[in-house]
Design a protein around this ligand. Structure first.
Ligand SMILES: [Zn+2]
Length: 272
């Protein structure tokens, strides 16, 4: 039977949530969830998904859990942006009795989202927390609430970056897919339309740690030949990844798209 995923976009309508730096929480949570939902539809099968609001409607706090409960959702994810001038990422589950499944959903979402955020800059891990939030207390299924950086600190720079919001949405989707064991849609690369050789090159990673993590993730997923390129001066070390050769520009483009979708990286195709 298809698994049911309920996405709760924090706030909405007359309740903007936190507001600072020209940003509104309700707009950001809408975008992150939309990116999560599109990514799931494009990459997985065997599920249905709904959201607490399709656009900028007001949704009563107390009706959010009812929407999920009455539908019989298997998973509930509530997406928020933090405020209070801190930095970093945290997740919540209910602070009363929770199932092992709830904890495992929190673990999977937390790990997936934090790793993605790290790729865009330093991201303090504020921890896997517990609280008596209505949407966590009143829901009948595993429920997690994510607080995705701070709208009123230096974090807001990343919240203004659409690529970052997409990557964060997609990380939410991967966490849920992993938790539910959703089957991914496999579609292979296209037939090459030219016989030239091409490489994929990433944008610059600005520290060795992020770079090492990026290479780790790439190697875990693909068996390509990978060249590590350091264009460093002592004061300003910079790193990028260059892949081994693909025959056909359209084939390289196909894989470049995969990397963009999967990791949120900027990548370029160069002639090899
Ligand atoms: Zn909120």
């Amino acid at each position: 039977m298809a698994k049911k995923i309920f996405w709760d976009k924090g706030h909405g309508g007359s309740d903007p949530g936190a507001v600072a730096n020209g940003l509104q929480e309700k707009v950001l949570t809408h975008k992150i969830v939309e990116y999560a939902m599109s990514y799931l539809s494009a990459n997985y099968t065997g599920f249905e998904q709904r959201t607490s609001r399709t656009g900028d409607q007001s949704v009563e706090l107390n009706s959010r859990d009812d929407l999920a409960d009455n539908w019989g959702a298997d998973v509930f994810v509530s997406v928020h942006i933090n405020a209070g001038r801190g930095n970093g990422f945290e997740t919540y589950i209910y602070n009363g009795n929770v199932s092992a499944a709830t904890q495992s959903l929190q673990n999977m979402l937390h790990a997936e989202i934090l790793a993605t955020m790290h790729e865009f800059g330093p991201t303090p891990d504020r921890g896997k927390r517990r609280a008596d939030f209505v949407v966590l207390r009143e829901t009948d299924m595993p429920a997690v609430l994510t607080e995705n950086l701070f709208i009123d600190s230096s974090d807001h720079e990343r919240l203004k970056n659409e690529t970052f919001l997409r990557a964060v949405g997609e990380a939410h989707a991967r966490g849920v897919a992993k938790f539910l064991g959703l089957q991914s849609i496999v579609s292979g690369p296209p037939q090459p339309t030219d016989s030239n050789r091409w490489r994929i090159q990433t944008g610059l990673f600005d520290n060795a740690e992020t770079f090492a993590r990026a290479i780790g993730r790439l190697k875990e997923k693909y068996s390509w030949l990978i060249h590590e390129q350091a264009t460093s001066t002592d004061l300003n070390p910079r790193y990028r990844i260059v892949t081994g050769l693909f025959t056909g520009r359209n084939v390289a483009e196909y894989y470049a798209d995969q990397l963009k979708k999967e990791f949120g990286w900027n990548v370029y195709i160069i002639e090899g």
